[in-house]
Write a protein that binds this ligand. Structure first.
Ligand SMILES: [Zn+2]
Length: 254
């Protein structure tokens, strides 16, 4: 998934942009009707004086969040109705070619929209997972006030878009327990790598580890590999050094 960037509306603007705290219960999809990236959409939305807002804008390169999901937004034209009050409003960028504010060609805008829409589908699927929701929670602006929005997504086919979301939703579902374990292992290995040889141990710990090996305190895995994780090595060195200090202190007293 493309990066998720937070560019949150300052709290002093809450009274205009998102006055109510709430628990969200659905997704509402929009198209921006514009041809600028998510960053511009979010900046413009936060700064404009009108009571108009949305939670997230998605373009071909990123997902940009503007309003916390625990607050409402003014996006679906239904006042304090279910859309505005309970929807997580997601704007898909580059849905319209407007000559005056782009240097891009029409074809480039279409291409960016196609990628943005795909990114939005993947992101929405991840939100459904996060909230434990089914696909029935994906709604469109049109459902609330009849406005033809998300216009390009509707032109291309709403069912088609829902299928895209479903594809990502199922992909995440299809992950086996083994695959999940493997991902966790790889993530963990990044944070807490395993040192298999003394040379892999950082130099600032190496001599302590060597001394502990010589004294048989660290035995290795038995097949010539050290097999010591970073956190194990760190703890061993801390204990080793403090014990050594203690012994030195005791010896001085004797
Ligand atoms: Zn809309």
């Amino acid at each position: 998934m493309v990066p998720i960037v937070k560019q949150l509306c300052p709290p002093e603007r809450y009274k205009i942009k998102c006055p109510y705290s709430r628990t969200p219960d659905r997704i509402v999809v929009h198209n921006t009707g514009n041809c600028v990236p998510a960053k511009n959409e979010v900046t413009y939305m936060i700064n404009r004086p009108e009571v108009i807002s949305f939670h997230v804008a998605v373009d071909d390169e990123e997902i940009r969040q503007a309003i916390p999901f625990e607050r409402n937004a003014w996006a679906s034209g239904d006042g304090r109705g279910e859309g505005n009050m309970y929807g997580i409003h997601i704007e898909i960028c580059y849905s319209q070619y407007i000559e005056k504010n782009t240097s891009l060609m029409v074809g480039q805008i279409y291409e960016k929209f196609a990628v943005a829409e795909e990114n939005a589908a993947e992101y929405i699927a991840s939100l459904l997972k996060e909230y434990g929701w089914g696909l029935d929670k994906v709604t469109k602006h049109q459902d609330y006030d009849g406005k033809y929005c998300p216009h390009r997504t509707l032109n291309l086919g709403w069912e088609r878009f829902l299928k895209m979301v479903e594809k990502y939703y199922k992909e995440a579902d299809d992950m086996t327990a083994e695959e999940v374990k493997e991902i966790i292992k790889q993530e963990n290995e990044k944070i807490n790598p395993t040192y298999n040889t003394l040379e892999e141990v950082p130099s600032y710990w190496r001599e302590d580890i060597r001394a502990m090996m010589e004294q048989g305190i660290i035995a290795g895995t038995g097949n010539g590999r050290l097999g010591l994780t970073k956190s194990e090595a760190k703890n061993a060195v801390i204990t080793w050094r403090s014990n050594r200090k203690l012994m030195e202190a005791l010896n001085e007293k004797v």
